[in-house]
Design a protein around this ligand. Structure first.
Ligand code: AMP
Length: 359
């Protein structure tokens, strides 16, 4: 493995949202400088980074500048153009590897990769027109979740079918934007959970405890740790996570979302090649947070111990809920984190807090 980055070195971050902000904070604590590439000026990450390049993620000149000024480059969202990541990695290392981005950007290639690595997912079919949808739905007994293959997040670009017939499929392909789609079998899950884990350049892997996640309207509401999973299921999920990390020759933190089934199986819904909202609890309940773990991995430093020192619940503050912040701060054993976003629009993640259980 290459030598660790020395304090004072610069980490480039593509994307300027709250994840980039928390990565910049963790990097600063380890003595690094950060530079953020993000089209929106004064974005959450740039408020804490040393500098910002205000430009589009695929702006050639801006990417060249980032590669020239940074000693290593990482990213905080999965829709970084893969071609851009590959172009700059010739000059400056990019972690996680662009292959992880490429596979995650298309739900079809993502599921095929997972299955090829022996990791279970819901059954799925590619759908490129209404007739293919009708056929796929018939194969799944009339139920399924139809999703755009690319650029979907937080439940956007999805449609759920129950007891559907061919008639229900008419016009759906166009209504979904005429883009490539995937139909997944509708999973009747007991609960959703996630595993946040890391791998370094030597192949060492560390996983945090699973978090039980509750979504509302496709947006993460809360993450509870411990997740209350049967030990065999937690172990199955950890193994799947490590198989994916090795399969991608991954460096950095990854987040995998799972469905827990009543029969004891855990199916992967998707993975995010980055730090993840359902891992925010680690900043309050672990000595080394997911953000520091990621910075350690990409900087070539030893990974930290992912053990937690308590039980906790993380909740997102969405839209106007950010107004509850002063009241929350009256509580002891609560860590609040606000993202520095000026406008509290509905559905916008403005911050989060983690309540630690008094043990
Ligand atoms: P996603 O955009 O894939 O993260 O999906 C958002 C949410 O929709 C998930 O967290 C689940 O609650 C639900 N969901 C997604 N895919 C399925 C599925 N195949 N079966 C049942 N629920 C699903």
């Amino acid at each position: 493995m290459t030598a660790p980055l020395l304090p004072g070195a610069t980490i480039g971050i593509i994307g300027g949202g709250q994840l980039g902000r928390m990565l910049a904070m963790a990097a600063a604590r380890l003595g690094y400088r950060t530079i953020v590439l993000e089209p929106q000026a004064d974005c959450p990450a740039a408020q804490l980074a040393n500098s910002q390049i205000v430009a589009a993620y695929d702006d050639e000149a801006a990417l060249a500048e980032l590669a020239a000024r940074a000693d290593v480059i990482t990213y905080e969202f999965e829709n970084v153009p893969v071609a851009a990541a590959r172009r700059i990695e010739v000059q400056t290392a990019v972690f996680p590897p662009p292959l992880a981005l490429e596979k995650a950007q298309d739900r079809l290639t993502e599921k095929r990769l997972l299955n090829a690595l022996g990791i279970s997912t819901a059954d799925f079919r590619a759908v490129d027109n209404d007739a293919a949808l009708a056929e796929a739905l018939a194969g799944f007994g009339g139920s399924g979740v139809l999703k755009t293959r690319r650029l979907g997040y937080d439940g956007k670009g999805q449609r759920v079918f129950r007891n559907a017939t061919a008639d229900d499929c008419r016009g759906v392909f166009d209504a979904m934007g005429g883009v490539p789609l995937i139909l997944e079998a509708l999973v009747d899950f007991d609960c959703e959970f996630s595993i946040i884990a890391a791998r370094d350049g030597d192949g060492t892997k560390r996983a945090y405890d699973a978090a039980r996640n509750v979504h509302q309207g496709g947006i993460l509401r809360s993450s509870t740790v411990p997740a209350g999973l049967a030990p065999a299921m937690a172990e199955q999920a950890r193994r799947a996570t490590f198989a994916l990390l090795d399969g991608l020759d991954y460096v950095g933190v990854i987040g995998l979302e799972f469905f827990a089934l009543a029969d004891g199986r855990a199916l992967v819904n998707e993975y995010a090649p980055r730090v993840h909202n359902s891992g925010h609890w680690t900043e309050a309940a672990c000595t080394v947070s997911q953000f520091e773990q990621h910075i350690r991995a990409v900087a070539g430093l030893p990974l930290g111990d992912p053990r937690r020192h308590g039980d906790c619940v993380m909740e997102n503050l969405i839209g106007d809920e950010v107004g509850n912040a002063p009241d929350l701060l009256r509580e002891s054993d609560l860590m609040l984190h606000l993202y520095g976003k000026a406008e509290a629009r509905p559905g916008r993640k403005m911050g989060h807090f983690t309540r630690l259980s008094k043990g």
